[in-house]
Design a protein around this ligand. Structure first.
Ligand code: UDP
Length: 324
């Protein structure tokens, strides 16, 4: 099977590319390296370019027959999307449309899409299942919702089958520390807590201590990036076998507060985490927890690495050994 993976040099994309290759899939990565890392690609085939470059896509699709596109390339920062929506609609919507058109024009039948829990906005009920209303509260979430809707319309009109995955909080790193999370700047909680413990950055600020949760800090559902990778493979196989389109929420169905993450990092690393209590961050819902029954039932997905200890152990090892 030949698969084109956009954003395959990024955090989730690189773990997914590696997993697909381990399953014997022939992977071509398309990444402009604006946020991705050449080191994350290993010895996979890498085409450096923009997934919104129609001419480049025509050349790629003409030189090789691809069975599927797996689309990760996107901007992912909520705060930045509020400040610069133009950048987000251009990359996450316009470029995705160009990619979908190229796929359809060249007879690619399957499309796997990196969506987000941000499509749901403030949860009306927990855990958040797939049929929860979609009311995104920022441009990033809107771009992902539009992506899912474009795919639904393209299936109806052009028969492009798709699988969309709404990630909750992707975390952890490859078990062997060969690849891992590296954002510039880093904004995600787990790498920040570990780096603070190691003295690589100033003390962490806990964003908000007056939420209606068990200790006042926000609750999130952390899911191991290698479990996300296996879900993508299972999802692609599923839509190929069934000739259908599906959406799945990917999380562990267990929530942890920010303060619990700090305590768990102290336990796993044996190091004290310096932190201070601060104000809420704009746009943060109090609690986000995924309902993951659909992925388990339909795909046979088994998120066996998504217990907190494994996530933090792999994240700590990556932080000690990181090469990029
Ligand atoms: N968070 C925090 N301090 C930080 C970074 C994050 O308290 O320096 C909190 C954030 O408010 C949220 C949780 O940690 O409740 C996870 O945030 P992250 O940015 O990792 O992921 P998000 O939930 O925004 O996708």
């Amino acid at each position: 099977m030949n698969v084109l993976i956009t954003g395959g040099a990024g955090y989730i994309g690189s773990h997914c590319s590696r997993y697909f290759r381990a399953q014997g899939v022939d992977v071509t990565i398309l990444d402009d390296l604006s946020e991705g890392h050449r080191e994350a690609v290993g010895d996979a085939r890498l085409v450096v370019g923009d997934c919104g470059d129609g001419e480049l896509l025509s050349r790629l699709f003409a030189e090789k027959t691809y069975d599927a596109v797996v689309h990760f390339a996107a901007f992912t920062s909520v705060g930045e999307s509020v400040a610069e929506p133009r950048k987000y609609f251009h990359n996450n919507v316009e470029n995705m449309l160009t990619l979908m058109n190229a796929a359809v024009d060249h007879g690619v039948g399957y499309f796997v899409f990196s969506s987000s829990a941000a499509v749901f906005g403030e949860p009306a009920e927990l855990p958040i299942r797939e049929d929860h209303p979609q009311r995104p509260i920022n441009p990033y979430g809107e771009t992902k919702m539009i992506g899912e809707r474009m795919l639904a319309d393209y299936e109806r009109a052009y028969g492009l089958h798709s699988c969309s995955f709404r990630y909750f909080n992707a975390a952890g790193d490859a078990e062997d520390s060969a690849i891992g999370e590296s954002h510039q700047p880093e904004t995600h909680l787990i790498p920040l807590v570990i780096q603070a413990a190691l003295g690589k950055r100033p003390p962490l600020t806990v964003f908000g201590t007056d939420y209606d949760t068990r200790d006042g800090s926000c609750i999130r559902d952390y899911v191991h990036v290698e479990d996300l990778a296996s879900a993508h493979y299972l999802g692609l196989r599923y839509i190929m076998e069934h000739g259908t389109s599906e959406q799945f929420n990917l999380g562990s169905e267990t929530g942890f507060t920010v303060l619990e993450i700090i305590q768990a990092v102290e336990k796993v690393t044996g190091l004290p985490v310096p932190y201070s209590l601060g104000a809420r961050r704009a746009g943060d819902p109090a609690v986000l927890v995924a309902g993951n029954a659909k992925a388990k039932d339909l795909l046979g997905w088994d998120p066996k690495k998504s217990d907190l200890e494994t996530i933090l152990r792999d994240a700590y090892h990556w932080e000690l050994k990181r090469t990029y």
